[in-house]
Design a protein around this ligand. Structure first.
Ligand SMILES: *Cc1c(COP(=O)(O)O)cnc(C)c1O
Length: 278
């Protein structure tokens, strides 16, 4: 297994993938969009490289389907995975697109369901719900334009208002619903708790790993030092969010960050001279 690094914006460079391909390379798998910082990967370019070497290409499109255009032919992929609950569908159901002619070996054996690929009785109600969620995602696709505007408004407000703050992940190749900041000198966990008390849901690190208080491997991979990685906060916007929500967060967040910084020894000892007591 070869791991490919990412740049400051969390993107893989196709040329690095090309260099890493070896005689015995069987599969290239790169997520389409990152769940923590929203970076959208150049899957079409990497897919073309994979094809030119006769290597199979898989992408995890769990974050991107419903948010940005996804077309398996444009992306040059043999396999693409989707999870229902990330697009407002029921939990417990997902889908793997497999291009015709791609031979897979099952991991689960038994009843031979789903053409022998995944034994176990199908979750029919879940699958129907997933289909309906997908239909609505396509029907309401323009929602993403509205959500992107809210995202940019919140990003601009926060970066403009709160010093020592960075946006993790680039602005250009980014999911319309993802915001991830690092606030120097404070901890993401305390931010999340205080925001929660104000009725705002955010998260630090990735939701799945937030119980272990290790710095997010994604934030470390884009070159953040562990201290700044611990001061990270992610907001994920959705179709229920409004302009008023963004304004509310723009008001409460600077106050919370400032209060936490006033208590932070790291902030008191910072060496940039900014705001130092006389
Ligand atoms: C949530 C998520 C998964 C996991 O999907 P589940 O159906 O929740 O197990 C995988 N990849 C990405 C990018 C995700 O965001």
């Amino acid at each position: 297994m070869t791991y490919i690094p990412v740049d400051r914006d969390g993107r893989v460079h196709p040329s690095e993938v090309e260099e890493a391909v070896q005689e015995n390379t069987r599969l290239i798998s790169i997520m389409h969009a990152n769940n923590e910082i929203g970076s959208i990967q150049p899957i079409a370019e990497v897919g073309a490289i994979a094809a030119s070497h006769g290597v199979h290409m898989h992408t995890d499109a769990v974050q991107s389907v419903g948010k940005i255009p996804v077309n398996v032919d444009d992306l040059n992929v043999h396999m693409l995975s989707i999870s229902s609950h990330k697009l407002y569908g029921p939990k417990g159901v997902g889908c793997l697109y497999v291009r015709k002619g791609t031979k897979l070996t099952p991991l689960l054996f038994g009843g031979g369901h789903e053409r022998g690929l995944r034994s176990g009785t199908e979750n029919v109600s879940g699958i129907v719900g997933f289909g309906e969620a997908m239909r609505l995602a396509v029907e309401d696709f323009a929602e993403n334009t509205r959500i992107r505007r809210l995202r940019d408004k919140l990003i601009d407000a926060v970066l403009g208002e709160i010093p020592h703050t960075r946006l993790n992940g680039g602005k250009e190749h980014r999911l319309p619903n993802n915001i991830n900041f690092s606030f120097s000198y404070i901890e993401g966990e305390s931010l999340v708790l205080r925001l929660n008390a104000k009725g705002v849901a955010g998260s630090t690190g990735s939701a799945c790993s937030s119980k272990k208080l290790e710095a997010s491997h994604v934030l470390l991979a884009i070159g953040l030092d562990p201290v700044d990685a611990h001061g990270s906060l992610r907001f994920t916007l959705g179709r229920d969010n409004t302009e008023a929500d963004v304004e509310y967060v723009s008001e409460v967040l600077p106050v919370i960050v400032d209060e936490l910084r006033q208590m932070s020894p790291l902030y008191a000892c910072r060496d940039d001279g900014y705001g130092k007591p006389e």
